[in-house]
Structures are given as C-alpha cells and as structure tokens.
Design a protein around this ligand. Structure first.
Ligand code: ADP
Ligand code: MG
Length: 168
C-alpha cells in the first residue's frame, strides 16, 4: 500500500469516462509486482479496502493478472483457498460465502448493453456484498455508485503495475 493516500489520481483517471460520474477520486495504492505470488499477496493487502458492500472493477488486458489478484482478495476477505478461484469467463458469475457475501464476475465474453442486462448484475448490486468484476471497463458509464477501480498494466514478462483508486 502507498503510505499516504492522495487525491492526485486525477491524471490517472483522465482517460476514463467513469470519472465524470464521480465527484472524487482517491489513489489508494500502486504497486509493481514481479511474480504471480507477489500479486496474490498484494490482493491480500487490498482486502481491507473492499469490505462489503463494495463494487470492484478490475480493468486490463487478458493475462494481466486480474484473476490472480482476486485470489489474494478472496483468500483474505472470505478464506477462500486460492485453487477455488478460477476465471468465471464462461459461467460469468461465481458466488462465495454462505450468504453470498462475495461475487466474482467476468465480463470478457459479454458484448454490449443487452448482454450485460441479462446477467442480473442489477440484482447483485443491490446486495450487501463485495462484487469483483473482471473487464469492469465494459460497464462504461453505467456505474453510479461508489466503487474501487483496479487497473493493470503489463510491463514485462512477469512485471505488472497495479493501480488502485476509490471513486466516490
Ligand atoms: P487475467 O485474469 O487478467 O486474464 P490471470 O490472472 O488469469 O489474468 O493470468 C495472469 C497470468 O500472468 C498468469 O499466467 C500468471 O502466472 C502470469 N503472471 C506473470 N507475472 C505475473 C504477475 N506479476 N502478476 C500476476 N500474474 C502474473
Ligand atoms: Mg481473468
């Protein structure tokens, strides 16, 4: 985690349409990881930032580490073993926790707003849960509630820059 959260995230957000719908944006953390293990551990650290209810948008290309980070978040947030966390690319939504307190969603195969509507995300969004959404950028401008956005950049073979922002 960065030592001091700042409000200096505006430049990071300039390219996103999301920010127009949010009055404030806080940079919570930024980390360059050098292995999947480091990314999992970073996810564990982030669990405290995404306590339910929380919508978490994970953005970045295929293979940039979104599912890997979710493994760490779920391990810490809901004691889910890492091997139980797999990409919900086909099933689209995975539910964890006895009362459905955590949802892991992957919008990779979702095309267009109509597809998005059939997913039942509106129903999920009304719950007191943490909802982790891979390919969160597909939400476009529809996000109208506070959330955490996590952006991934593929820097090198095993190097990833991970930026965590809170949108209010
Ligand atoms: P996504 O969900 O974004 O498609 P995954 O987490 O499923 O990505 O896959 C990331 C891939 O990159 C895995 O094969 C993982 O082993 C590899 N990898 C290499 N270095 C890293 C790193 N620093 N962080 C996360 N994954 C990494
Ligand atoms: Mg994935």
């Amino acid at each position: 985690m960065s030592d001091e959260p700042t409000n200096a995230g505006e430049s990071l957000a300039r390219h996103s349409s999301l920010v127009t719908h949010h009055s404030s944006l806080t940079l919570l953390a930024q980390r360059v990881t050098h292995s999947p293990e480091e990314t999992v551990n970073f996810g564990r650290e982030l669990a405290k930032e995404v306590q339910p209810p929380c919508l978490v948008l994970l953005e970045g290309e295929l293979g940039c580490g979104k599912t890997t980070l979710v493994k760490g978040i779920l391990a810490s947030l809901a004691s889910i073993p890492e091997e139980e966390v797999t990409s919900p690319s086909f099933t689209l939504v995975h539910e964890f926790g006895a009362q459905g307190t955590v949802y892991h969603v992957d919008l990779y195969r979702v095309e267009g707003a109509r597809d998005l509507a059939t997913l039942g995300l509106d129903d999920l969004l009304g719950r007191e849960a943490t909802i982790l959404i891979e390919w969160g950028e597909k939400f476009g401008e529809d996000v109208a509630r506070p959330c955490v956005r996590i952006r991934f950049e593929h820097l090198g073979l095993d190097e990833r820059r991970i930026t965590v922002e809170r949108l209010m």
